[in-house]
Design a protein around this ligand. Structure first.
Ligand SMILES: Nc1ncnc2c1ncn2[C@@H]1O[C@H](COP(=O)(O)OP(=O)(O)OP(=O)(O)O)[C@@H](O)[C@H]1O
Ligand SMILES: [Mg+2]
Length: 277
């Protein structure tokens, strides 16, 4: 199960809960007594059915809302508000329509007072890395949906955050574009080298996407973390690699958690497949 708070974790949640009071006076428990730790540089996917609390957890880590109970620390500091060490890509569009592409990518650096030449250099670097140098001066409305997602990825990397919080960033794009975006994201994430790698928390409903991207998959259900899978398959994860027995068992476990298969496959998961038993 999810590991309790440890000394070297970059994100530490302990007994974290968040309730909402809806306009109809109903109380909703979006997060319920959640405890976990995430290692620096880990790529964690958060999977679970709609409404289980994934976005709520990401918004708490981002500091966009406060917990109702429990504690949450990022890089050893209690989270009370957004900070430059955390960058978020939202479930909906993350690009400002009133700024040109390059100004979007620079925006966070500008807010932090980074000088014009330096932020331009950084924005140009990341736009080149996501293959969008040729539209740096374009307006967002002139780009396709997949290109806008590339802008969002370039922006979150350019901002220099150590912790990247991505809420279904590729949920609405087609299969081919999504696979290309995975390559772009993983290339940016791995090129820093294992010591400097950003920590990523990536929400998805897509089991295959989680298996391609993650070092570790946290499964949520009804506001709780109900499973914690270590994905140790080598990268890059090829089609054949995704058909290795351990990956196939992981897929059965995830599909069972999502109610798409019965739990038989889950029961047969091999010893050692889970992240910290
Ligand atoms: N601001 C809010 N006010 C009231 N209820 C909320 C609010 N935000 C979230 N909730 C409720 O909390 C629960 C968890 O919502 P959350 O957005 O975290 O789910 P999710 O796992 O991200 O779902 P999805 O996969 O559909 O995006 C839901 O029942 C939702 O209705
Ligand atoms: Mg959500």
């Amino acid at each position: 199960m999810a590991r309790a708070a440890g000394g070297r974790d970059v994100i530490v949640a302990s007994k974290l809960s968040r309730t909402f009071r809806r306009a109809d006076k109903q109380t909703v428990t979006a997060l319920d007594d959640v405890t976990f730790g995430i290692d620096p540089g880990q790529f964690v996917c958060l999977v679970g059915p709609s409404g289980c609390g994934k976005s709520t957890l990401l918004k708490l880590i981002a500091g966009l809302m406060l917990p109702s109970a429990g504690t949450l620390e990022v890089e050893g500091e209690s989270v009370t508000q957004p900070g430059p060490e955390r960058g978020m890509v939202f479930q909906q569009d993350s690009v400002f329509p009133w700024l040109r592409v390059i100004d979007n990518v620079e925006y966070g650096l500008k807010c932090r007072g980074v000088g014009r030449a330096e932020r331009r250099r950084s924005a140009e670097f990341y736009l080149e890395r996501v293959g969008l140098s040729h539209v740096a001066r374009a307006w967002p409305r002139e780009l396709s949906g997949g290109m806008l997602k590339r802008v969002a990825v370039a922006t979150v990397f350019a901002n220099g955050a150590n912790v990247l919080l991505l809420d279904e960033p590729f949920g609405a794009v087609d299969y081919v574009t999504k696979r290309n975006l995975h390559d772009v994201l993983l290339a940016l994430w791995t090129e820093a080298g294992s010591d400097e790698r950003r920590t990523v928390v990536f929400v998805t409903h897509d089991v295959d996407e989680a298996l391609i991207l993650a070092d570790r998959i946290l499964v949520m259900h009804s506001g709780r973390i109900v499973d914690d899978l270590a994905v140790t398959a080598p990268r890059p994860r090829t089609t054949d690699g995704l058909m290795e027995p351990t990956m196939v068992r992981h897929k059965h476990v995830l599909l069972a958690h999502l109610g798409l298969e019965d739990a038989k496959g889950a029961a047969e998961a091999p010893a050692g497949a889970r992240a910290d038993p």
